[in-house]
Write a protein that binds this ligand. Structure first.
Ligand SMILES: Cc1cc2nc3c(=O)[nH]c(=O)nc-3n(C[C@H](O)[C@H](O)[C@H](O)COP(=O)(O)OP(=O)(O)OC[C@H]3O[C@@H](n4cnc5c(N)ncnc54)[C@H](O)[C@@H]3O)c2cc1C
Length: 380
């Protein structure tokens, strides 16, 4: 018997083979538990299909890859350290970013051989985890973890995947005319790239913002796309009262765990998966665990989001002047830590930032934004 009186031979079921679900599965399997992961699609990372994402390296002093290793997770995926880049303001003025240590690692998502998703899958399977593909879990009877991804769209990121002759690099633009209350970004690695408008409002005008984003990167950095394929997705940012559905922990974006400021949700997904598994193994209260380990950072990111949404293009210019200073990683780390001033601003920020809202600029009538196109139907 385990500490919570469950039989180790009875499998734990997990709904969802994303980073959150697979991190939970690996942690349970390391401890000798039988695990069955159900995944709706025929492969891991289906909703990302070759997308590039940034694995942020600024919320902890310790390097994110070392953190993964200390959690018993593989780092056997392509991870390009990103130290230098350029961020533009709305007038096209460039701000160079330099950091001694990687600010983030550029990684690939989806079913390909070198992606984060495939690396976690390989590790889980090598530990004996059964992964059932084309298996959408509708009901969870016994012990299990819910890791099914976003339930609502608080932000969307939309644009293209493409092939290119451009050199590797990353670029971003802070301009509400391209990405309302968010940012536009371009990531290139090994002859492939992704360009996106990551918007927190204005979903109904998605196409217009994507078009402006592509044009801006063409003008500013000579964006060249071969064989562009449309791609997009949504994110759900919410701090729940409880992240349990009955006896079952909710992890990753199904719980609403996200970086509310910019949507760097992978680390929170993975950390919450590990915590949920530990709660089952040790009979600990999961709500207490994530509230202690993850909530302070998430509450700070709500304050950061409320401030970022408020300031507009002129505020972004001030922000970019700070970004261009040396030691950006440390500056960001401090901005993601709780502080007295951010604690005082929290009630105001909570009132300003309402998650799970229906985007007020999208009436969901005759709309083809990424959220209305189907993510709502898949998950509701
Ligand atoms: C376009 C885009 C760009 C992003 N860029 C970044 C970035 O640069 N950095 C970053 O840190 N984060 C980024 N994110 C956010 C990051 O992708 C998510 O936070 C992270 O994937 C959440 O992991 P998860 O395991 O909770 O959910 P998911 O990765 O969504 O995995 C959930 C899985 O559950 C499956 N599923 C759903 N329902 C069921 C069911 N009933 N039964 C079985 N399986 C089910 C789904 O098919 C899916 O495979 C981005 C998101 C988007 C959309």
């Amino acid at each position: 018997m385990t500490k919570n009186n469950m039989h180790p031979e009875v499998p734990v079921e997990i709904a969802g083979a994303g980073p959150a679900g697979l991190a939970a599965a690996i942690t349970l399997a390391h401890a000798g538990r039988k695990v069955i992961v159900h995944e709706t699609y025929k492969e891991v990372g289906h909703r990302f299909g070759g997308d590039f994402q940034g694995l942020e390296n600024w919320t902890t002093r310790e390097n994110v890859l070392s953190v993964f290793k200390s959690m018993g997770l593989t780092t056997d995926f392509n991870a390009r350290p990103c130290r230098d880049g350029t961020v533009f303001n709305a007038a096209g003025k460039p701000y160079e970013i330099k950091s001694d240590e990687p600010l983030f690692y550029l990684i690939e998502r989806g079913p390909g051989p070198d992606t984060l998703d495939s690396a976690l899958l390989r590790q889980a399977q090598s530990l004996g985890v059964e992964v059932h593909f084309n298996s959408r879990l509708r009901h969870m009877a016994g012990e299990g973890i819910l890791a099914a991804g976003p339930r609502a769209a608080d932000a969307i990121a939309v644009g293209y995947h493409f092939e290119t002759d451009m050199a590797d690099g990353y670029w971003a633009i802070c301009d509400n005319e391209l990405a309302p209350q968010g940012y536009a970004y371009l990531l290139v690695m090994n002859g492939r790239g992704t360009v996106k408008s990551c918007m927190f409002s204005g979903f109904k005008q998605e196409k217009l913002y994507v078009q402006r984003t592509v044009e801006a990167f063409q003008r500013l950095v000579g964006l060249e796309m071969k064989n562009p394929q449309p791609h997009g997705g949504s994110g759900n940012f919410r701090i729940p009262q409880s992240a349990c559905s009955g006896p079952h922990p909710l992890v990753g974006e199904q719980a609403g765990f996200q970086d509310t400021l910019w949507g760097f949700g992978m680390r929170l997904a993975i950390s919450s998966g590990v915590l949920a598994a530990q709660s089952l193994l040790n009979g600990e209260n999961y709500d207490r665990l994530w509230q202690r380990e993850l909530k302070p950072q998430m509450e700070t990111s709500v304050v950061n989001r409320a401030l970022y949404s408020l300031v507009g293009n002129s505020g972004y210019r001030w922000f970019l002047r700070q970004v261009a200073k040396p030691n950006l990683r440390e500056l960001l780390r401090r901005q993601y830590q709780p502080s007295l001033i951010k604690q005082l601003l929290r009630p105001w920020a909570k009132r300003r930032y309402q998650s799970r809202r229906k985007d007020l600029t999208c009436d969901h009538i005759d709309c083809h934004c990424i959220w209305c196109r189907g993510e709502c139907c898949v998950h509701d």
